[in-house]
Design a protein around this ligand. Structure first.
Ligand SMILES: Cc1cc2nc3c(=O)[nH]c(=O)nc-3n(C[C@H](O)[C@H](O)[C@H](O)COP(=O)(O)O)c2cc1C
Ligand SMILES: Nc1ncnc2c1ncn2[C@@H]1O[C@H](COP(=O)(O)OP(=O)(O)O)[C@@H](O)[C@H]1O
Length: 327
């Protein structure tokens, strides 16, 4: 898959079969559109092109009351690229979404953007897709321009769109409600997030459970609700020459248990994410860590002291290994 970020410097696509969307989560519903895209391209010996906008349009467009939506997304841009890469799309075009871009009229969007930049053979979009200033452009307008600009519009069936909307909403809610099984089932993969290992209170190691504290840098990434989870992990390794950073992705995932919470037992107030990694003994401050959220174990509890917490951590470890090893 080739990734294009400069819309003024796109290649000449061959019989471009394009679709436009946010594809947040790149979940099982999205795969149905991607399959339709590939099928269509196969029929006309064309190239598959996904057009996506970044930042998310809802973060750029102000609402009638003048505010902007602070939205939590399932994927950062680089995660989305990585997930789409696995789908063997020919081209991903990331269009910088600006106020100026959003103010194009629907006709300008069709002529100056879709036609001029992509020369599409076919455009696959949902019947309810809206574009252009004040969302004035719709499926019907594209249809009206088909013969003038020599492209075909293909509709994404309503049941597929319905499935996508349902899936995205379900995944978000499930993660917010600790229902990891539902989220992962709708995603078609294990939900993950990344962050940098930062210093904590250095209490973990005295308990016998050192915990890497993770700071998620992307403010828009949706983090599951507070609770204790069984997780798998990948860590970036800084090689000896200090220059190359390589993810442990070729190795089996590390296993561990994670707490997302305020740590009431030790008088914490701020929500932190911390993970105790099993069979592991390395200092990994400042390193990047990716957490795959596999199962929810329990809610965070205020214990009567560290001994009680320690006993619970021993139980959590047994439970984590049990759920992780069952699959
Ligand atoms: C799997 C796991 C479960 C945890 N559960 C709780 C909990 O229920 N209540 C609580 O107050 N803290 C809980 N903690 C947080 C501990 O209090 C925390 O790891 C300890 O204070 C060490 O903090 P430090 O890394 O800043 O040194 C949990 C931590 C882990 C890794
Ligand atoms: N098994 C392990 N799991 C998590 N972190 C570990 C482990 N072994 C060593 N570490 C290192 O120790 C740190 C956690 O120890 P801890 O005493 O909890 O300190 P802190 O409060 O700074 O997180 C991690 O950031 C990591 O660098």
């Amino acid at each position: 898959m080739r990734v294009h970020r400069d819309i003024n410097n796109l290649p000449l696509f061959k019989n471009a079969v394009i679709t436009i969307g946010t594809f947040d989560g790149v979940h099982t519903g999205h795969l149905q559109i991607i399959n339709q895209l590939k099928k269509e391209a196969g029929l006309v010996d064309g190239e598959t092109v996904i057009i996506t906008f970044h930042p998310h349009p809802r973060m750029i467009i102000t609402k009638p009351d003048g505010s902007k939506t602070a939205i939590k997304l399932l994927n950062t841009l680089s995660e989305k690229i990585e997930l789409l890469q696995k789908q063997n799309i020919d081209h991903l075009v990331i269009v910088p979404f600006t106020v100026e871009f959003s103010e194009q009229t629907a006709e300008e969007y069709i002529k100056n953007f879709l036609v001029e930049k992509f020369h599409p053979h076919s455009i696959i979009i949902g019947y309810d897709h809206r574009f252009g200033n004040k969302r004035q452009g719709d499926y019907k307008l594209l249809e009206a321009y088909q013969s003038i600009f020599n492209f075909k519009v293909k509709e994404i069936p309503e049941h597929v769109l319905h499935h996508i909307i349902i899936s995205s909403t379900k995944i978000r809610h499930a993660l917010e409600e600790k229902d990891i099984n539902t989220a992962n089932e709708y995603l078609g993969y294990t939900y993950f997030f990344e962050g940098k290992v930062v210093e904590g209170n250095k209490l973990g190691r005295t308990l016998g459970y050192p915990t890497a504290n993770i700071e998620v840098t992307n403010q828009n990434k949706l983090i599951p609700a507070n609770g204790v989870y069984a997780v798998e992990l990948e860590i970036d390794t800084i090689l000896q020459d200090n220059s190359i950073v390589q993810r442990t992705s070729n190795m089996p995932h590390l296993k561990g248990m994670m707490n997302i919470g305020t740590r009431p037992t030790v008088g914490g107030t701020k929500t932190v994410i911390e993970v105790n990694i099993f069979d592991f003994d390395q200092t990994i401050y400042d390193q990047n860590i990716r957490v795959y959220v596999k199962y929810f174990l329990r809610d965070e509890v205020k214990f009567d002291g560290l001994e009680a917490l320690k006993e619970q951590l021993a139980i959590d470890k047994i439970n984590t290994l049990q759920v992780l090893n069952k699959n």
